[in-house]
Design a protein around this ligand. Structure first.
Ligand code: UT7
Length: 328
């Protein structure tokens, strides 16, 4: 470990989120495919989701979330020198959506790049930004999760089209020295991938393979089986390495794929559900945006306090999964 890693902490100083205006309800979906509100509610907990307007891009939602996070942190474009954007639905194959967001925000310094870990993207992006800040290479990062999954959904596949939504969320992550940070900062992260399961959740297209964008394909019940155990493992590892009992963690902010997964993880870990943030009913699964969007809801509720410990966790295509822990 370099000296710098022990000197600096990455502290979350601002949180923001953005959801597109259009709401698609279960009732709406029942007119599009052979499904109904009862099935979707009982199997997933989802009642509605937001869908990006025509011409509204992943970068647009990332920008809106980033501006809210910057406002919350009290910083401006001149203060940001790193943008890490987690997305599986970039505006274009290249350049990185982070670069487009950088330009739209009028930021002219530092670096900007994307992270591709699908639904786990925000957890991977937080861990990545934390490492850059902790090594002293950048001062203040925007960590963004933004997605337009509505553009890669097969709207005739009832097994997947009822699950996903669009949106963006962001945090400002700031390098502070140990004295300034006190107890605050990122306390650890646990990231995993097992590529043997790539076919369980993937998009059947891409520049190198088909030269098309493709559509999302998922063997939902198999992903479900992996989700509970793998997420629980990551949560235990990251809490254990930080020396925190699960009972001492104030908030768990999970990826919002399915209320049944959230509840099963809570049962598995012995954590009361009132400490687990759930937005799945009104957001659906927004992939990399779901964790920062849920964090934003928690922040807006006024319940999140300085000094609170927050554990974020996710699983998605790859399979990739992980958890990260920070104290506000
Ligand atoms: O974000 C990345 C991580 N993703 C996840 O974690 C998703 C994990 N998976 C899940 O959340 C669940 O597996 C689903 C919600 C996707 C599906 O729930 P399930 O309880 O695993 O159902 P299933 O896929 O085993 O399907 C059960 C039945 C099937 O009918 P048969 O074969 O039993 O006759 C499906 O055809 O439900 C049927 N079905 C539907 N019925 C009405 C599937 N989708 C629908 C639908 N409406 N929308």
């Amino acid at each position: 470990m370099s000296t710098n890693q022990t000197e600096f902490r990455s502290v979350v100083t601002g949180i923001g989120g953005y959801l597109p205006e259009r709401v698609l309800t279960n009732e709406d979906l029942s007119k599009m495919v052979d499904t109904d509100d009862k099935w979707i509610t009982e199997r997933t907990g989802i009642k509605s989701r937001h869908i990006a307007a025509d011409g509204e891009l992943t970068s647009d939602m990332g920008v809106k979330a980033a501006l809210k996070a910057m406002e919350d942190a009290g910083v401006s474009a001149d203060d940001i020198d790193l943008i890490v954007c987690a997305t599986a639905t970039p505006d274009k194959t290249f350049p990185a959506t982070a670069a487009i967001i950088q330009a739209k925000l009028g930021i002219q310094q530092g670096a900007a790049f994307d992270i591709q870990a699908v639904c786990s993207g925000f957890v991977f992006a937080m861990a990545t930004a934390d490492n850059y800040l902790a090594r002293g290479q950048f001062k203040r990062a925007l960590v963004i999760g933004a997605e337009t999954f509505s553009r890669i959904i097969d709207w005739s596949d009832r097994g997947t089209c009822v699950l996903f939504g669009d949106g963006g969320g962001a945090v400002v992550l700031e390098r502070q020295d140990a004295e300034q940070a006190g107890e605050s900062g990122v306390l650890g992260a646990h990231l995993r991938t097992d590529g043997r399961y790539v076919d369980l959740l993937h998009v059947d297209g891409g520049p190198s393979s088909t030269q098309t964008v493709g559509h999302l394909r998922m063997v939902g019940n198999q992903v479900f089986k992996h989700a509970v155990n793998k997420i629980s493992e990551s949560v235990r590892v990251v809490a254990g390495e930080a020396g925190l009992e699960l009972g001492a963690i104030d908030w768990i902010v999970p990826h919002q794929a399915n209320q049944r997964i959230l509840s099963a993880v809570a049962r598995n870990l012995g954590v009361e559900e009132n400490r687990i943030v759930s937005t799945v009913a009104t957001h659906g699964n927004t992939s990399a945006a779901s964790v920062p969007l849920a964090l934003n809801e928690l922040n807006k509720s006024g319940k999140l306090k300085k000094g609170d410990s927050v554990l974020i966790e996710a699983i998605g295509g790859g399979l990739s999964w992980g958890a990260a822990l920070f104290r506000l």
